[in-house]
Design a protein around this ligand. Sequence first.
Ligand code: NDP
Length: 263
Amino acid sequence: MEFQMDMFRLDGKIALVTGAVYGIGFEIAKSLAAAGATIVFNNLDQASVDQGLENYAKEGIKAHGYVCDVTDEEAVNAMVKQIETEVGVIDILVNNAGIIKRIPMLEMSANEFRQVVDVDLNAPFIVSKAVLPSMIKKGHGKIINICSMMSELGRETVAGYAAAKGGLKMLTKNICSEFGEANIQCNGIGPGYIATPQTAPLREKQADGSRHPFDQFIVSKTPAARWGEPHDLAGPTVFLASSASDFVNGHILYVDGGILAYI
Ligand code: NDP
């Protein structure tokens, strides 16, 4: 098919963005909605889901919110069934829900390590597995895994996160290999340092009013010389969710202001 701008449109598509109440997931969901998709999201409790519904309503988006812990396989399977009945078959899955624990490795318990791997790696496996059968039946599907620069790098204090996000990169390639023939594309987005509540502690001013050393480090190492904003991820996500990327499969698109090229 010849190139047309409307290849980027997502009208009639249903997108599940996990954990998308604020931060990166919310911006991603807003961009998918702007391209025409119906938005479905989940979060851990009713208060968070209500907050999400309010956030979307403020943007003029009628989203569908569900309470579901993405690490709970039974709950995820039930949610996906409910979405299929109440909204329709999911065309686009964005595995966005994630946690980070910044603890030096020798102080990190095996349980803390497991908790991070559970949300950042096991959950994308569980949710992808739940949506894939209907995608295969429908004859198409897009899965976008929110990876990280830590899919490529290690750093002090993020052993669990780096292990999980590195694993998520490989899960992305595996889903591509296993389901490419079924016209499923699975790619990842690797955000650099993005200003969200998750990274707020790294931007806090020091007691003497000076900038956080990590904040200075990141800005000095990023060729773009700034933190990313959640909306920086919008265009890349719409591309990977749309038919414009139908022959792009098994890749991680780093949206990092160039830091991985320089660090
Ligand atoms: P946030 O913490 O702002 O958002 C993550 C959301 O996921 C939160 O709303 C959180 O709920 C929810 N969540 C956590 N665990 C679960 C669970 N078990 N089930 C359902 N929902 C859950 O993070 P960001 O927006 O910063 O990050 C989004 C994604 O981007 C993550 O995967 C993160 O690792 C990745 N990323 C972020 C970067 C950054 O610089 N910010 C850089 C690279 C990658 P609650 O509100 O209750 O905590």
